[in-house]
Design a protein around this ligand. Structure first.
Ligand SMILES: Nc1ncnc2c1ncn2[C@@H]1O[C@H](COP(=O)(O)OP(=O)(O)OP(=O)(O)O)[C@@H](O)[C@H]1O
Length: 328
């Protein structure tokens, strides 16, 4: 299958401004801030792809380069085979970007905003599609409302609608559900999933890992501008193991140092709460016996399924992330 997005060895360094006193002293700019460091990845047509990472990892910087809004310091990016710099128009036409920030023109109604955006792509008589988008995003009753009169969640729906007016084959959503209600999330994901089933490629960044787990076929994790994981969602979940055993320990706490095998099972510790990795739920009895055997008193037991949050924490803070980083 041909690629919808190809990112090859992309780095981005933001220059640090030279302070006035340094300029007076004839000083040079300090080394810049490296937001992206040799990032390469390819997204196939029709994929639902997740780009995850903590604050400041470089997700928005990568999207800005993809959208042609910012220039990579090194490397190449193409959308549907079009270079985002050399073939900006074609690349931009292939892309619909829902930005993280709420930017809109307060003087127009919702419908006028979408007509203007259609005009930007040279589309006339686009009202049929505009109506379909409005309907699917729960905006039909707001079509003639002025943008400035909309609530924050409704403005975000318009941002999504704006990104879709030209039916782009690749749709990029940069934290589209940050601060929006459950209703919009459900409406949005139903519509985006339908577009994905129709063949649109989706690139999503989100801090809601349960959304990424449910929607994305494949996931890349960025940390300090580098890719530290790139795999199918299923494979990432398999790496963290199937289940977690959560123990509420008695007053004496976790019997640390009594059993190396037990200590190696610990994924997380918070006060008396200890989370252990389990390969299969049949291990519960044996693990409980080992903890008691090591001198631990157990007050409560809970079994949880490992999820993408476990994978994320493992990769960002655990051994998996650091070994990949060293390999990079
Ligand atoms: N225009 C800019 N000028 C200078 N530094 C910038 C600029 N934009 C981003 N940065 C820096 O680059 C790094 C990556 O930021 P970026 O916004 O790409 O991260 P992010 O993964 O999208 O974070 P978040 O999840 O908080 O949105 C950060 O250290 C940020 O401060």
């Amino acid at each position: 299958m041909s690629s919808a997005v190809r990112i090859e060895h992309v780095s981005k360094v933001y220059p640090r401004p030279v302070s006035l006193w340094r300029r007076v002293a004839g000083g040079q700019a300090e080394d810049g801030l490296q937001a992206l460091n040799d990032v390469s990845l390819e997204i196939a047509q029709g994929e639902f792809f997740g780009l995850l990472g903590p604050n400041g990892a470089g997700k928005t910087s990568l999207i800005a380069i993809l959208a042609g809004l910012s220039k990579a310091t090194a490397g190449r990016v193409s959308v549907c085979g079009y270079d985002v710099q050399a073939q900006f128009r074609e690349a931009r036409r292939s892309l619909g970007v829902v930005p993280q920030e709420l930017v809109f023109d307060p003087f127009f109604t919702v419908r006028e905003t979408l007509r203007l955006q259609s005009g930007y792509f040279g589309l006339r008589n686009n009202d049929g599609w505009i109506d379909e988008i409005l309907e699917n995003l729960g905006l039909a009753s707001k079509a003639d409302d002025n943008m400035r009169a909309l609530s924050g969640g409704m403005k975000r729906r318009v941002l999504v609608a704006q990104a879709l007016v030209h039916r782009p084959p690749v749709i990029v959503l940069d934290e589209p559900t940050a601060g929006v209600d459950v209703d919009l999330r459900r409406t949005l994901w139903q519509f985006i999933s339908r577009l994905n089933r129709m063949g649109h490629t989706i690139l999503l960044t989100t801090h809601y890992l349960e959304e990424a787990e449910e929607l994305c076929h494949r996931i890349a994790m960025l940390k300090s501008g580098r890719i530290v994981a790139l795999d199918t969602t299923r494979a990432l979940l398999a790496k963290v193991g199937g289940t977690r055993l959560v123990l509420e320990m008695g007053a004496s706490g976790w019997p640390e140092g009594r059993s190396r095998l037990l200590d190696e099972r610990v994924v997380q510790r918070q006060g008396r709460r200890v989370v252990l990795r389990m390969d299969a739920s049949t291990e519960i009895e044996a693990l409980l016996a080992q903890v008691r055997g090591a001198g631990g008193t157990i007050e409560a037991v809970e079994v949880l399924r490992a999820d993408l949050e476990d994978a994320f924490l493992d990769i960002m803070h655990g051994t998996a992330g650091s070994s990949l980083e060293q390999a990079a």
